[in-house]
Design a protein around this ligand. Sequence first.
Ligand code: PGD
Length: 765
Amino acid sequence: MTVKPTTHSSHWGAFTAVLHDDKLVVTPFAGDPDPSPILKNFENALDHKVRIATPMVRRGWLENGPGPDDRRGDDEYIAISWEEAYALVSGELSRVATTHGPESVFGGSYGWSSAGRFHHAQSQVHRFLNTTIGGYVRSVNSYSSGAASVILPHIVGDMNEIARRGVSWEEISEHTDVLLSFGGLALKNSQVASGGLSEHTERGFIDKAAKRGTTFISVSPLESDLPDEARGEWLAIKPGTDAALILALLHVLNANQWSDEDFLARYCVGWDKLVAYLCGAEDGQMRDAQWASEICGISAARIESLAAELYGKRVMISVAHALQRAEHGEQPVWLGLVLSAALGQPGLPGGGYGYALGALGHYGKHHNQVSFPALPQGKNGVKDFIPVARLSDMLLNPGEEFRYNGQTLRYPHIKLAWWAGGNPFHHHQDLARLRRAFNQLDTLIVHEVAWTATARHADIVLPATMTLEREDVGGAPTDRHLFAMQPVAKPFGEAKDDYSIFAELAKRLGREEAFTEGRTAREWLQHLYQQMQEKCEQQNISVPNFEQFWEIGQLQLPQLKDGGRLLRNLRNDPDRYPLPTPSGKIEIFSQTIADFNDADCPGHPVWLEPTQKPDSQNPLYLIANQPATKLHSQLDYGKHSVSQKLDGREICRLHPQDALSRGIKVGDTAIISNSRGAVLASVEISKQIMQGVIQLPTGAWYDPQDARAAHPLCRHGNPNVLTLDVGTSSLAQGCCGQITTVNIARFEDVAPAVRAFEPPVVLYR
Ligand code: PGD
């Protein structure tokens, strides 16, 4: 049967879809100049065997009732009806909320979920818990920008203004002389943007800039972090040492009187204190090129010549998200800003600081004049929260104190956790520890599309639809197109959308009206669309009504070209437009941070030795970065993702010398290990990676050979088995998932088959 193609959207691109003789055909949006190949992951996803067809309850939980249990992750499931599921879930939520209060329910539910403004799963969880039990323990910040989102408000006043609303690619392509990027500009990262991305324009802008004469320099352990179109220079740096390099660049600028003292005096505070540190006034240690060279592996001569190349040019500095996903990740973010200030660049066309430029498809884009409204989440009556990456710490150490952003807080006692739209066994560090943490719970409830490792650890699993099976509206504030996401297929098995699941649960808890406000999902879409339409009318922007929009499938919104306005306004008129920092200026020294008195994040940026450094046991760095073949762990079973594995395993890359010295060859299975566990991965050998570094992307579904092992072996190649679960510092407590240290060897035994996409044992009654 052939039906009309429907418009649709995803975090990695807009498209049309049609089911043709039961085969899904996906065609990228015609207006996209550089569509992402990961759209192909949809093609075999709808009815894959790893989809969840009915509600499930874990056998141990059903037999023994709620409570800590070591069988999570290693148990059978029993298929149940929706009626039974609603009764079990509403009963358990009532029990916990009545006995222990909503402050014993963790509803952070971190995760990217799917595109679609209404069915955004995390928002649905929050609204449900707020309207039914009065709130939940939440999480703040993200795994993407945990350190940056705390440090940037202190030093420049606002993260959004320096990142999403930073200098645009368009401006860079027209004005920038040198784009110096710490962490690179890999197109695999900017191919995704939460909410949707209809036009992938980074490749085109980079090409245009390079043709006009922009010099691109990428500082990274991986050459592949710079697109070919940049025709740029790769400066190979030891992982996690960019802060030392930037300090030395500042030292060279200062020593040669190349620093823009007028800019620093007029628009910044604290340069004198940093200069004292650079010159070793307190401890006798100069932070010069020679000093940094020994830490970062770039020669002193190249550090000095790099500073000279920046002096007098229109320079854009960018620092990738990846750099701050590491111990003391706040420091390179702070120093990137200071370097741009020392060069006098913030506020000039195509100059200054673009935090995370290229790290997501949102950055360097223009903003829509009017945004599509978000689902209101209601009021959370619980004050307790955790920085998002302190999840295991919270579950393992209830009542214990921790530091965060100048405060001393306590971890709450959590009995029940609810997850929809996220995969902690993808996103969290030290997965054996995460399993121990989840095992402390009375109950873990997970809504999932497929049997991810998180679903396999849940006590109750509720099957969720994919976007292709429901109606929604796709869009993002940085994307000028809004799409009607029209269903192309019926829900798989008995899967339901998260909203319908919560509406039924709210009914059983006597709170249906509070949760639904009397609207069906379609009526919510109409209601939210109408709110946008009213805002448009107020600004004389003409948009069709909802029915017309649904029929056409898309619309285009006008955009503002105001990227970089925060620092441009400061530069133009600092009295009228002071920054929202305590001094109204860029804070090279922050009295607020100094007064927090946390030794791991003092009042001005510094170099602090990481605890994780290569040694005889773990002689290599591991970079666990974002995958190119999927978004995070989403649709890892999809056609494109699977086609890019070898023997079903994720591919790790290492330098020819590192491979040769260990007798490892292309196509071998390698075992990568440290004290936390081990993973198997297929081997690729590449000169595009620095010697002493292995790269293994995130995203392979966790597939432990023995789920209960204290130091598990993942057959599939999930690097979060190996990463360390500590905060970036007492300031932000962000995740440190990007870098760890490991050993690698050829796996000499017969490698076990990957079973990540085999569903667990399910008993049907
Ligand atoms: P996803 O794979 O996107 O990962 O972590 P995140 O948890 O967001 O998980 C989303 C899940 O939602 C998927 O399992 C998907 O099936 C499910 N889902 C999709 N749509 C729906 C829906 O409508 N309803 C429901 N109920 N479920 C749905 C990402 C996180 O990982 C992020 S943002 C970053 S930046 C971090 N990056 C790294 C890193 O660089 N290195 C390491 N080592 N670790 C990281 N972890 C972090």
